[in-house]
Design a binder for this molecule. Sequence first.
Ligand code: ZN
Length: 187
Amino acid sequence: MKTFEGFYRNLHSFPELSGQEERTSTTAAEYLNSLDFEVHTHIGGYGVAGVFRNGDGPTVLLRADMDALPMEEETGVPYASTRVMKDRNGVERPVAHACGHDFHVTALVAAASLLHSAKSEWSGTLVCVFQPSEELNGAKGMIEDGLYEKIPKPDVVLAQHVLKMRAGTVSVKSGRLLTAADAFDVM
Ligand SMILES: [Zn+2]
């Protein structure tokens, strides 16, 4: 079975702040291109949407956010981030994937790979969206930049976020969960 550990470590060691996800979005777009998705880039900044049409059926949108946080990584892992970037105020900040969005990107790329390789087992349309700037309302930016004119309107949208749970488990819940985050600067 294909593993994505190297893909994850690569993203983890190269985090990018909200609105500056150039390398992460390019990595995601390249992967979707390699699977023959129809790929749209630069939607609402560095947003990426990939469409895979696989016959009649529902359109399912899977979404991953991509941005990292202005925090110093102290995990000590060999692939820890040592990066520094200028934030939107021009201040140099250490950057780390402290919220797990590197994992979200990896999980979505892996889901795209799995669903592509199992395409004879299902039919419908798969849309994979890599959203920039989650910490600063990047979803709205993608919609305002015409996301739904570029991709078919989904029947269902599934998002994801890592949580502190027992390793190896996955949980689901319908309706709202983990919504209504806000960001502010203390100067
Ligand atoms: Zn997060």
